[in-house]
Design a protein around this ligand. Sequence first.
Ligand code: ATP
Length: 478
Amino acid sequence: MADVVTMDRIVALCKRRGFIFPSSEIYGGVGSTYDFGHYGVLLKGNVKAEWWRAMLQERDDVVALDSAILQHPRVWEASGHLAGFTDPLVDCRACGQRFRADQLSELQCPKKPSKHPGEHSECDLTEARDFNLMFETTIGPVKESGSVAYLRPETAQGIFINFKNVLQFSRKKPPFGIAQVGKSFRNEITPGNFIFRTREFEQMEMEFFVAPDEAPRWHDYWLKQRFGWYVDLGIRPDHLRLRAHDPDELSHYSAGTSDVEYLFPLTHSRKGDPDEGAGEAAAGNWWELEGIANRTDFDLTAHAEHSGEKLEYFDQASGQRYVPYVIEPAAGTDRATLAFLVDAYDEEEVAREGAGQGETRTVLRLHPRLAPIKAAVLPLVSKDGQPELAREVFATLRARVGLGMVEYDEGGAIGKRYRRQDEIGTPWCLTVDHQSLEDNTVTVRDRDSLTQERLPIDELADVLTERVQAPWTTPKLA
Ligand code: ATP
């Protein structure tokens, strides 16, 4: 596969099958924001559920939090965002576009393309000026007298300011973590590449508090854990890498950061592009999915100074008091969702199901736990009692806890219904046919191998639930 996937095809599939639409489309769209449709909601929901599973359910040293998007403005003073969360902005007087000054070498002016690859030259560029990426708003009914607030640009600070609360109620002590999933907002200068870089997006962040001298060990630990999470959920290991930041790239708070990067089939700049969809060229680029940083004691110390609250841990066993260091795996839900979609995308020539010649099918080879729909119940024909029996099967499976979403579809040729399920990544299609009415079995069609087996209806719920939860080997590696 791989060479068939381009961002254009992903965007088209997402639109065609109702995963993701440009936001406010009937009004002409609004700068790089997207709405998630039915299957997109389910897929992204499954990505988050798997993150929570790995962070909470499968361990006992992390607790959950859901902090407010609007926080006291001094939070952003303490964190350094007010002063320093800026990108250098330049305008190109030739094409009228705005660019990040640190990405110019990777962007082209469409009006006056450079003769020298990798150079945004021939253009009349303005001086770079700092542009703060936080969205500003006002709390209170009257703009003039209300107080300024910001939409949070990361979920992390909501965790730090709750450190004391959590420590008091959770009966945890370092090493322990606080995890949060939620929306963040950044007024990006160059959003683009579909949902890779948007102004409103979702993050999955966890702050793991440790004794300072244990920070390097835990940093290594979380690098391995987070890399493994993507692989376990079906991303090919050769499409993933860990890249340590160069010293000049490190954030002011970081003693070391590595990114989990994915080989996206995006041919434009590394840091976003105003053009949506990156054309049909096959080349890929390594782009960040997640950053895993050793944030030291920067945040807790800064919030302690600005708020006057003590944010430290007293170890009763050793009698020592210290400000914990923090290891932060910070992932983007939308970016992870995009990577799972891209890696799952495949097109292949297959014999036509039904009769006739071969055809090309598009299939999302998603991990069953990520698949929006786990099984589709399809009567072969919509007569002879088949729809009635199929609806009974559907009702039984729908009620099964632990199986996940099941869909019923009775309209149109069976081949077309299979293709539709392939395109949304449904691992199993259950077909009710004339034999089903005689012996209470259905055919179970496997999305990846296209093999069909007959299973008794009363075993379906058990078998499918087990298959969804079982360890899974991606067919992409076969
Ligand atoms: P980038 O360098 O790509 O702008 P970043 O290093 O600023 O990202 P972080 O601040 O480390 O990003 O945020 C953690 C994660 O949040 C990123 O790895 C990414 O997955 C996600 N993220 C950040 N900004 C955006 C955005 N504008 N759109 C979608 N996801 C984002």
